[in-house]
Design a protein around this ligand. Structure first.
Ligand code: 1CP
Length: 330
């Protein structure tokens, strides 16, 4: 899961104090940071070291990732006129450094590389709020006062994500993950009316890539069935047991999750017990074991290592199914 590296001393020493966007711009460095948790833990897949705001930087927006806070947008989006600032992405030019990191990684990894992008709603929330938010008040206000502008914004961000994801797969990524981290802030009816259509179009439009499409959210228990649209795998956080999630998502999609990252701070015994419960509730086939959200920086790497071993020991073959990790295909 995201930010596994943050808990690692080797990550902190390699990254130093510089800006994360500066680190992402250096393909060799980004590749090395991606590899660190794979080497240390022996996980079954790697997630590219990048950030959901990178495509925004690519099209020329003034975005910074402020340490301890997150992405901050110099000039937030508030009205229809701001749509003109969202030009189409040209991945080969605008994301050249990301694609270079993907190519380096595909040559070095023995497990699949997951490419990713931010989902339209979550990225829109940063653009409209100007930074991280608790209540998403401005975003929701725009959605309700000017649904046409909000819809056009989400459409533009869906196109941005689609071309970023397509380019990552073109460079060798073997799966893609769409992060709608903050969709859980929405009522079911608002999600269905304003967010589902562009998100579904984005995911369904990537079916031809032939790679697994993972759709991730936090606090999205009441949206899980809707989030299955166009996805092969639906992320579930710790609030919903996987057997209940299975009933909501149906039999034809895999589930990903759902250990509470905070439990990893409670030590190996507590985290192992929770992991066993989740494996039992996940029911084996069609479950990708993962945390329900990102690794917390204070996590002891020893606990994560023990959990990877436990999951490998307790699952039938302990590895991703044949074909999923087939790097040659790319
Ligand atoms: O493990 C990894 O490093 C994978 C790379 C990765 C990914 C997949 C990073 C690096 N960011 C992301 C995605 C991302 N970025 C998401 C979606 C997934 C999730 O919900 O966790 C989101 C919401 C962001 C935005 C973001 N970037 C935040 C959250 C702020 C908020 O609104 O609460 C933060 C703190 C960042 C900075 C960031 N991005 C990545 C890292 C390792 C960090 C921490 C800062 C650093 O190390 O410099």
């Amino acid at each position: 899961m995201r930010q596994a590296g943050r808990s690692l001393p080797e990550y902190r020493s390699l990254r130093g104090e510089g800006s994360i966007l500066e680190a992402i711009r250096q393909p060799e460095l980004a590749a090395e940071v991606t590899l660190q948790p794979v080497r240390r833990y022996g996980v079954d897949a790697a997630i590219l070291f990048s950030d959901i705001v990178v495509p925004l930087v690519g099209i020329g927006l003034d975005v910074e990732v402020v340490p301890g806070r997150g992405p901050v947008i110099a000039e937030p989006f508030r009205s229809r006129a701001d749509l003109a600032r969202l030009r189409p992405l040209e991945p080969e030019v605008d994301l050249a450094y990301v694609l270079e990191a993907v190519k380096i990684l595909v040559g070095e990894l023995t497990v699949p590389l997951i490419g990713f992008a931010g989902a339209p709603f979550t990225v829109a929330s940063y653009l409209v709020e100007g930074g991280p938010s608790r209540d998403f008040a401005r975003t929701k206000a725009l959605m309700h006062t000017d649904p046409a502008t909000f819809g056009a914004l989400l459409d533009a961000l869906a196109d941005l994500a689609a071309s970023a994801l397509r380019a990552q797969v073109g460079a060798g990524a073997a799966a893609i993950q769409l992060f709608d981290s903050w969709a859980g802030a929405l009522s079911r009816s608002d999600y269905e009316r304003h967010v589902l259509p562009p998100t579904r179009r984005l995911l369904e439009g990537l079916a031809d890539l032939g790679v697994p499409r993972i759709h991730f959210g936090v606090g999205t228990g009441e949206l899980l069935d809707l989030m299955g649209a166009g996805a092969d795998v639906v992320g579930v956080d710790w609030r919903v047991p996987l057997d209940a999630a299975r009933r909501r998502v149906g039999p034809h999609r895999a589930l990903q999750g759902n250990l509470d990252p905070a439990v990893c701070l409670a030590g190996i015994d507590a985290a192992s017990n929770e992991t066993r419960r989740i494996l039992a509730e996940g029911g084996g086939t069609g479950h990708v074991f993962n945390l329900g959200h990102g690794v917390l920086p204070a996590t002891d790497p020893g606990v994560l290592g023990a959990l990877v071993e436990l999951v490998h020991a307790e699952t039938t073959d302990g590895r991703v199914p044949a074909g999923v990790g087939d790097q040659e295909r790319a």
